[in-house]
Design a binder for this molecule. Sequence first.
Ligand code: GCB
Length: 600
Amino acid sequence: MLKPQASRSRETQSLNGLWSFALDSEAGEAPWSRRLATSRQVPVPSSYNDVFVDAEIRDHVGIVWYQRNLIVPASWTNRRIVLRFDAVTHAGTVYVGDQRVAHHEGGYTPFEVDVSELLTPGEEVLVTVAVDNRLSTATIPPGEVSEGPDGKQHQLYRHDFFNYSGLHRSVHLYATPRSHVSDITVTTSLNDDGSAAVAYDVAVAGEGNVRVTLRDEERREVAGGIASTGTLHVERPTLWQPGAAYLYELVVRLEAPDGEHDEYTLPVGIRTIEVKGQEFLINGKPFYFTGFGKHEDAPFRGKGHDDVLLVHDFALLDWIGANSFRTAHYPYAEEVLDYADRHGIVVIDETAAVGLNINMVAGLTGGELTPTFSPKTMNDTTREAHAQGIRELVARDKNHPSVVLWCIANEPASSEAGARDYFEPLVELTRELDATRPVTFANQGAARFDNDQIVDLFDVICLNRYFGWYEQTGDLASAERALEAELTGWAATHDMPIIMAEYGVDTYAGLHQAVASPWSEEYQIDFLAMYHRVFDRIPAVVGEQIWNFADFQTKSAIFRVDGNKKGVFTRDRRPKSVARELRNRWTAIRAAARREGETP
Ligand code: GCB
């Protein structure tokens, strides 16, 4: 799915800014049929939860209404006009004037609707969106809604981050010619003589001839084609590499018989990815992932996309020497991937399938066990929502060179009966949609190398482990033995590379101790140093991504103090003491990789 873009043939209008906002209980019948009777305004993009000072809004379960007017420029006559939402979390129903024009489920992928027939250029119209944040076994992520004794809806969810909701990303109105480029797929490979093949496939709605031109960063044409599908040959390509991004541009032009042309420009990074035995190769050379599991999370805006935060977070990644991150636990804004493409940061791209694990907390507390995969729990409807999430993720992100690995779930109950039947078709689907990238899932500690039911379906083992925190709390010597036994077990039983996709400790910034124990900055330093010693002893470990980049908000819980505090940075992005230690380690790892001719 192509991102809106202004070009010679396309125009865009941002619908970001302040929208009218009302809870469902305040909005009356058919709120789209008139102006919302409210003085409240909410910023877009943003979560609505924390911008007001009102528990009713912060903890609201159900529908809220967003509304604004729009005017299509008078010059947009005879154009195809599209209304596009980059993310409505978790479901959105859109009305233009009196008409319901779209409904979309899945809070982290875009959707759009052709509204050409509904809008008259030059005239004003109301756009109203019902945003529903309820999660059930029919949604990804899943959850359960129940009615409390107060008659209010209560939302149960099993993921460890606050259920922020709203219009989290940009809203656009854009115009294209009626015959237009509707999709582009690009894949790249390298030939033995060092030249590259850039295979492209252009989908068109309407009629016309396609022409493509590949330009380098100096805008010099390096190859071209005159068909909607083909392979371009690049003699001496400059490769896209971690830390040294290089982006060509594929300019796609559709020449329609009526003389109207459409033009779309797609950045293209030439690079290869391969999993070979226990190695992860980028451009044929071993790559070692350093970095974090992140979140889209910040004070006030919640999960709302913000370019200031985007640039600052990447500046911190650069400062600390990280070369990668995982989009835990949902697809991030496209702006984030564009930035990663342009700045050479490697991305593990994750779906929103988090919390498919009913017994995780029960397992820890000795509660009663319920099967996770069953007709009453995660069932065929859940799996269809999950499959749709995978389709939309791949459709949106397939052309990003920074994305090197699809992660289709976080911590599902992969040792339980039913996990294999649930996951096998989803892995197959991912491979059908994209044969060029490996596939993984993030494995939870209860599923070990000898009882996990699904890992062999995948290409890379991603492990989330908390020895020394949830287990062996405060006892790093025992934790070190447990971690080493676990990693050696995986390495001996599976010929696959291992990435430690989560490891970390809650750390209260400013808490210092001479004798380090949990929650102190010193314990975070000792804990991470212990993990790193172990990783360095096990060659199958090809990556370390600490949980988490920054402290983040969660629902209220007895083991959370104003959120999860496992960040290496605080929620307002100040480094904890461990940051400098990591900077030394990761800078040294990168320097060694460069010396040895590996991918830094
Ligand atoms: C995990 C989850 C992550 C949590 C983390 C924690 O395993 O994947 O979402 O936030 O543990 O801090 O407990």
